[in-house]
Design a binder for this molecule. Structure first.
Ligand SMILES: [Zn+2]
Length: 390
């Protein structure tokens, strides 16, 4: 079938699940990329089209394989984030297992079919891998934005993210349950959620394209000498990230329900510095004020979604070094010696923390040691040690 890909015109072409797969004769890592899992974010799939076209044209020698998949084809055709539910929030172990058995849920909706098809394509790509699997989940934002990388904070994910010159956000992925990168992480793959910029900004496609090539270089799939644009790609990403710290940690999450009537103040870009007490939005109860100072992330400027906005703070990269020492020393094995901390008997990787006893910097300390926050309610934090850390 004749297919034409144009920037911003993603819904005018018929999207295929597999945009392309380029496989080297030599074994090596796989870089598996999913673009446009949110249907109103054409940039990811468009960038993958470009990368696959360049690979087909130049035919460089690579090790391993590069695979580009389309996320939510049905939502793309309607230019909406999703049709029935967010395709990037339902990759839970139970649903993945059900679909692996070839079963769809009862009365399947559009996203149940999408997940089934995408999971089948992903599992094909995972099972063909002849080395470490790297995974990029390509997104854009409703607000004006430079690029940023969202990772589950393992040492392996960090190393991969540090090879792409864009701000890294820690602590955000644990607020979003059931994401595709979380599923890929659970399989032992190295993953990044890669936000390139505003949904319809042509620069977002350039940045996604640049990041995919840089990911191919740093994973060892292609030699840098075979990517003549490599330095230009780094320069593009540095310029688009100017003035933003290299590493940031989430410090606030404003969740919303549709019934809140949440309306964000217009046109605040990502990474704008926000003061405590600044009005950020309005809802049925009146003004929504920032509770702390921080840089704004992912303000909601589209009808769909349950996250109003996030705030993040720059952290000194020295803490990353400290934290890798702590993890190599396996200090996580003795955290239950701390007051108020107890290991779950049935699951030694999970700790429960009484927040009446352990009051200070609980989240920061457990993040440093390689734990992921699972819940915080009724005076108790629950953290689990991340798997596949190093
Ligand atoms: Zn998205």
């Amino acid at each position: 079938m004749e297919r034409e890909a144009e920037v911003g015109a993603v819904s005018d072409v018929e999207r295929l699940r597999v945009i392309g797969a380029y496989r080297g004769t030599e074994a090596g890592p796989s870089l598996i990329c999913v673009g446009s899992i949110h249907g109103n974010e054409p940039s990811g799939a468009n960038a993958l089209e470009r990368v696959m076209a360049t690979l087909a044209d130049r035919k460089p020698a690579i090790r391993g394989e590069v695979v580009g998949l389309t996320g939510n084809i049905r939502a793309i055709s309607k230019r909406v984030r999703f049709l029935a539910k967010d395709l990037n929030r339902h990759w839970t172990p139970e649903r993945v297992a059900q679909m692996s058995r070839g079963e769809l849920p009862d009365n399947p909706d559009a996203e149940d079919h999408e997940q089934f098809e995408l999971q089948t394509a992903l599992n094909d790509a995972f099972s063909r891998a002849r080395g470490q699997v790297y995974f990029l989940d390509l997104h854009t934002t409703s607000a004006k934005s430079g690029p940023f990388l969202v990772i589950g904070d393992t040492l392996r994910n960090r190393r991969f993210a540090m090879s792409i010159p864009a701000p890294i956000i820690l602590g955000l992925e644990e607020r979003l349950g059931g994401t595709l990168p979380e599923y890929a992480n659970s399989l032992g793959h190295i993953t990044i959620g890669f936000e390139a910029g505003q949904h319809d900004d042509p620069r977002s496609v350039d940045i996604h394209e640049a990041g995919i090539w840089l990911g191919m270089i740093s994973s060892g799939i292609i030699d840098e000498s075979d990517v003549p644009e490599a330095e230009a790609y780094r320069a593009l990403m540095r310029k688009a990230s100017e003035g933003v710290p290299r590493v940031l940690e989430l410090c606030h999450h404003h969740r919303i329900k549709q019934s809140d009537g949440f309306v964000m103040e217009p046109q605040i870009p990502n990474f704008e510095m926000i003061q405590a007490g600044q009005r950020l939005a309005g809802d049925k109860n009146g003004d929504v004020l920032a509770p702390v100072k921080g840089r704004l992330l992912l303000p909601l400027y589209q009808g769909q979604g349950n996250d109003g906005y996030f705030l993040a703070r720059g952290i000194n990269p020295m803490w990353l070094t400290v934290s890798s020492w702590f993890r190599r020393m396996r200090l996580d094995r003795i955290v239950h010696w701390l007051p108020g901390v107890r290991r779950r008997p049935a699951d030694p990787n999970t700790v429960e923390i009484d927040d009446h006893i352990a009051r200070w910097f609980v989240v920061q300390i457990f993040h440093l040691l390689g734990f992921r926050q699972r819940s915080h309610r009724e005076g108790q934090w629950v953290f689990s040690r991340r798997k596949h850390d190093d």
